[in-house]
Design a protein around this ligand. Structure first.
Ligand code: SF4
Ligand code: SF4
Ligand SMILES: [Zn+2]
Length: 261
């Protein structure tokens, strides 16, 4: 298997993966989406809430705040020996505010400096003059299979690697395909008097180019052993952490099957 990193930043990565098949890449995609543990608020103790927002709705909003996750410093609740929650499996985020003000995710004070909201400006509620809110939100590790709030990815997708073939014997060099390609993948080369493929990785395989090609000289197909794989995270984990953890989980699952045999 060959893996090339095409682009990457804090929340996105695009990989070109070669030498695998569809079941493998789809298993990796699904694990990235719903089996990587991340932190999210699971329990909320509301001591005071004078705002117009119901306690249940406020708790739901708190649950959906993406939290930066440090997988090395926290254990899953099921694997912890404590009865309810402790600092090994949980992190408390405290909120105590008085109006008038809009309360944002950044107003939460975390007991662990590594487990904090990814974004500070997610509005939680509005307090009028003299109104108060006071609560403790308890965040724990979980996986997206249990609840979407624990999904680390906002995109986890792959596509077949495009292969664009132009039959030079059939091609009449009318340049219709280059004019109609919405992604600028094809170009008419005046010097060589032929159509050239600039960057096949930009091709979405829409096949617009082949629809109006009268001599059927151009074909667009996807390779079944090479894929463009894209991950976008909500910021709770980096895309590299998501991919490497997914590979570990896939390896553990494969080991289980081998042992079972
Ligand atoms: S539309 Fe067909 S015939 Fe015309 S340039 Fe493109 S491949 Fe050649
Ligand atoms: S399939 Fe679509 S994106 Fe790809 S080269 Fe043809 S027109 Fe362009
Ligand atoms: Zn515990």
């Amino acid at each position: 298997m060959n893996i090339d990193i095409k682009t990457k930043d804090e929340q996105n990565i695009i990989l070109i993966i070669e030498g695998v098949d569809v079941p493998f890449i789809n298993a990796l995609r699904r694990i990235c989406m719903v089996e990587i543990p991340t932190m999210a608020v699971e329990n909320v103790e509301i001591y005071k809430n004078d705002s117009r927002i119901f306690d249940e709705v406020l708790s739901h909003r708190l649950g959906l705040i993406p939290l930066k996750t440090d997988l090395d410093s926290i254990t899953l609740r099921e694997e912890c020996d404590c009865e309810d929650h402790c600092t090994s499996c949980s992190v408390s985020l405290l909120l105590k505010e008085t109006g008038p003000k809009v309360v944002y995710s950044g107003d939460l004070t975390s007991q662990d400096s590594k487990i904090v909201p990814v974004h500070d400006r997610i509005p939680l509620l509005k307090l009028r003059d003299g109104e108060e809110v006071e609560l403790e939100a308890i965040a724990q590790l979980g996986i997206g299979l249990e609840h979407a709030k624990w999904q680390p990815t906002t995109t986890s997708a792959y596509m077949y690697y495009p292969v664009i073939t132009i039959d030079s014997e059939k091609c009449e060099v009318c340049a219709k395909c280059a004019d109609e390609c919405p992604r600028g993948v094809l170009q008419f080369d005046e010097k060589e008097n032929k159509i050239i493929v600039l960057d096949p990785e930009q091709c979405t395989m829409c096949k617009t180019c082949s629809k109006d090609c009268e001599p059927s000289a151009i074909t667009v197909e996807g390779r079944e052993d090479k894929f463009i794989f894209k991950i976008e995270t909500d910021g709770s984990l980096s895309p590299e952490e998501v991919i490497t953890t997914a590979c570990d989980i896939l390896a553990q699952k494969s080991d289980k099957i081998l042992t079972f045999k």
